[in-house]
Write a protein that binds this ligand. Structure first.
Ligand SMILES: [Zn+2]
Length: 81
């Protein structure tokens, strides 16, 4: 079988929607060491639903309290007369 090396260009995938499916993992929870199973979309979970409830709120993003720029009126000390 003939073979050769070709250059594969780097490319980016356009944003798109993809349907993904959950999988049920059987695993041992890292926290309570109980054999459990859990359905997740992503990788193998580490903790059972008791130790890490599914509806954990996402990281609360600390909203930086930035001072909004405000229009300021400057008074000049010098009179331009
Ligand atoms: Zn657990």
């Amino acid at each position: 079988m003939a073979s050769k090396l070709i250059d594969v260009r780097e490319y980016t995938v356009r944003a798109h929607k993809r349907q993904i499916h959950t999988r049920v993992f059987n695993f041992v929870c890292k926290e309570c060491n109980e054999a459990t199973k859990r359905e997740t979309f992503g990788p193998r979970p580490l903790y059972c639903e008791t130790c890490r409830p599914p509806q954990v709120p996402k990281k609360s993003q600390p909203t930086a309290h930035k001072a909004k720029p405000r229009p300021m009126s400057y008074k000049s000390d010098t009179d331009l007369n």
